[in-house]
Design a protein around this ligand. Structure first.
Ligand SMILES: [Zn+2]
Length: 55
C-alpha cells in the first residue's frame, strides 16, 4: 500500500510535497528536500502539490 503523501524515497518519512515527472521512471511524490535534489537531473519536472508551503 502506498500513501502518496509520504516521500517515495527509501527511508524518508517526510510528507510528500512535490510530484516529480521522471522520464525514465514512474512519477513519484517526494518531500521538498528530495525534490530539490532530484530536479537537478536532466528531464525531471517538479510539480508542487496543492496546499504546500515552499518556504
Ligand atoms: Zn524525502
Amino acid at each position: 500500500m502506498t500513501d502518496i503523501r509520504i516521500c517515495a524515497e527509501n527511508g524518508c518519512k517526510r510528507s510528500g510535497a512535490v510530484r516529480l515527472h521522471v522520464p525514465w521512471a514512474d512519477d513519484r511524490v517526494v518531500c521538498t528536500a528530495h525534490a530539490r535534489v532530484l530536479v537537478q537531473q536532466e528531464g525531471v519536472v517538479a510539480e508542487p502539490l496543492d496546499d504546500v508551503d515552499w518556504t
